[in-house]
Write a protein of this length. Structure first.
Length: 382
């Protein structure tokens, strides 16, 4: 609806920048997501989960990526669009026809406001929701340890230093069980049992071993101590998540919980600054798309001839955006320890945007006078 109300010129600039934005955002997200997905391949290769679980777990990180990448993608798209218009002398022609910088800036601002709305929605609602879903999914994966150790003839690593092997499954019984526990070096413990079964009791899960032995080695190089047993219960509850009490991190909290935190909660009392920093980070994120658009336009949005060097403006814009974003992250980290850093959290993007606006509207560009040949003027006005 916003696009339909725009004049043809503004619609052209809006459409070109929007297409570039979605292309850059898809490319950046794909690259970052691939690197994260490669680290989660353990879900499929060693923990026996399905490809669907793998895609769900890795896909739930996309909202967090989008909040960081969307302003950067918008900045890159706007630089590309403005540089292309300048390279083809389109901005020069528009300026010679009486098109002021405000008309060129309006479609870019409209796009930045839409992206800001998207970033705000992701920050305030989608990220905590996705992180909670991710925690639930990981808990279910860990709770699926029973399915993991029931795989016949395979050595399954439940966690680092704990390996389980089952020779055969017969009904509800497990035959030929081997468990190696080296989580507390230099101590190593090996459990061997003829048979066993999974038992759930009182909210806890146990691997009950029958007719076996425990070999315990306290130090490397010494002979192990061997104890024979008829029945032994190995506690699996720490790996199923059954005994865990859910305590959400500040990033996993709903925004309403950050605005009105429970001051009696132990998690809040131990780190109130992290709750404060997380809240203001969510609220300030929508400012960056608008700020980045203004910086890009201030750098290369004014008319330039093909003889004028645009590389300097592009590099200056990249440096300014990097400084603002890094400064914002630093201010957010500082907000954990001091509440006065909130001034810098909001002040950096706002001040950068106002400075860019001043550069845009400070006066006519000297390039305009020599920009367009007079032969282009009638066509431009037409």
């Amino acid at each position: 609806m916003i696009v339909d109300r725009m004049p043809l010129l503004e619609r052209y600039l809006f459409g070109m920048t929007a297409k570039a934005f979605f292309g850059v955002l898809a490319a950046l997200t794909g690259v970052i997501w691939t690197t994260q997905a490669l680290r989660e391949l353990d879900l499929v290769t060693s923990q026996g989960q399905t490809l669907w679980i793998f895609l769900v777990v890795t896909g739930l990180s996309l909202p967090s990526l989008a909040v960081i990448l969307a302003p950067v993608a918008l900045f890159g798209a706007s630089l590309w669009a403005l540089n292309r218009l300048n390279g083809d002398s389109e901005i020069v022609t528009m300026s010679a026809a009486g098109v002021g910088p405000w008309r060129l800036l309006r479609p870019l601002l409209a796009l930045s406001l839409l992206v800001a709305l998207l970033v705000g929605l992701m920050s305030v609602w989608a990220i905590p929701e996705s992180l909670r879903m991710l925690r639930t999914q990981i808990t279910q994966v860990r709770a699926d340890v029973v399915a993991n150790i029931l795989r016949e003839g395979q050595f399954t690593q439940i966690e680092s230093g704990l390996v389980v092997h089952v020779r055969e499954r017969r009904g509800g019984a497990l035959l030929g069980i081997f468990v190696q526990d080296s989580r507390d070096p230099p101590q190593e413990i090996a459990y061997l049992a003829e048979r066993g079964q999974i038992v759930e009791e009182g909210g806890s899960t146990f691997l009950v071993l029958e007719n076996g032995s425990v070999q315990r080695r306290e130090e490397a190089g010494k002979d192990p101590a061997i104890v024979v047993f008829q029945r032994y219960a190995f506690d699996l509850s720490p790996f199923t998540g059954a005994a865990e009490v859910t305590s959400y991190k500040p990033r996993e909290r709903y925004t309403s919980e950050l605005i009105r935190p429970d001051v009696s909660e132990a998690a809040y009392r131990s780190q109130p600054g992290r709750f404060r920093a997380e809240l203001h980070e969510r609220l300030v994120n929508p400012l960056y798309p608008v700020t980045f658009i203004l910086i890009a336009f201030a750098a290369i949005g004014r008319p330039r001839t093909t003889r004028q060097n645009r590389a300097t403006g592009v590099l200056a814009a990249i440096a300014a955006v990097a400084a603002v974003r890094i400064g914002g992250l630093g201010a957010t980290n500082l907000l954990v320890s001091t509440p006065y850093a909130v001034i810098a959290v909001y002040g950096l993007p706002i001040a950068a945007g106002l400075a860019a606006l001043w550069l845009i509207f400070r006066g006519p560009s000297t390039a305009t006078a020599t920009a367009a040949p007079s032969a282009l003027l009638p066509a431009a006005r037409a």
